[in-house]
Design a protein around this ligand. Structure first.
Ligand SMILES: *Cc1c(COP(=O)(O)O)cnc(C)c1O
Length: 219
């Protein structure tokens, strides 16, 4: 069942798009099933849950952290992840950089942009993002790399609304690329698209999709 779902999704994704299988709230046994089907990239959103899974699952898994991260939980996450998708504040960004530096890590991260209508979702506004990147020009990060942007669209059946939000993020991504050549060549990922909207996200230029429910079922 899990293997069949992964096959089905992979068949729909362009080759260059990375599939993050979002395994949050699902037991290690289900992750093993996906692993046996060849999946190596998994997404988790809670620090301690990820920390426990890392310990018992195969070492060649690439873990992506996609949830809201509090600065006091950084130590459970940073040493084990391939990428953090959800850097949503300046304070978190500098804390990640500091921890990385002190622990001789190089952390790959994405800056989360608020593109949805719901205020419950996290992320920088376009203006906040652009001013942060301007500021970083004079005080660059030491031990982390900004590899792109992440966003979550509004939870709605209105495809036009979702498409508009993804298009906004893609435009911002291109704008940042041209305004900030100092971020190249790391700045190349656009993480957008979940179970309900990834088909739209890939049409709008996503390079990473984060899919949970469609692989593992309801949480
Ligand atoms: C849970 C989650 C997903 C996966 O959502 P599904 O609808 O189950 O595919 C993707 N991205 C983030 C940030 C999430 O928290």
């Amino acid at each position: 069942m899990i293997a069949a779902q992964i096959e089905k999704i992979k068949a729909l994704l362009p080759k260059e798009v990375t599939l993050v299988a979002v395994s949050k709230f699902h037991p290690a046994k289900q992750i093993e099933e996906a692993y046996r089907a060849g999946q190596r990239v998994f997404g988790e959103s809670r620090p301690l849950e990820m920390f426990e899974k890392v310990d018992i699952l195969p070492k060649d898994i690439d873990w992506h952290f996609i949830g809201h991260l509090q600065t006091n939980k950084i130590k459970y996450v940073l040493p084990y992840v391939k990428m953090i998708h959800s850097v949503d504040s300046e304070k978190l960004l500098y804390s990640i950089d500091k921890f990385s530096s002190l622990n001789s890590l190089t952390t790959k991260l994405l800056l989360e942009v608020h593109i949805a209508q719901e205020s419950s979702k996290q992320g920088f506004s376009k203006e906040e993002l652009l001013s942060l990147l301007e500021k970083l020009k004079s005080s660059p990060l030491r031990s982390s790399k900004i590899c792109g942007l992440m966003g979550m669209a509004t939870f709605t059946n209105d495809d036009k609304q979702i498409r508009g939000e993804f298009r906004f993020l893609k435009d911002l991504f291109e704008q940042v690329k041209s305004l900030h050549p100092e971020l190249s060549p790391d700045f190349k990922e656009l993480s957008m698209g979940m179970s309900g909207d990834y088909h739209i996200a890939i049409e709008e230029g996503s390079t990473i999709v984060r899919i949970g429910t469609q692989i593992f079922g309801e949480r």
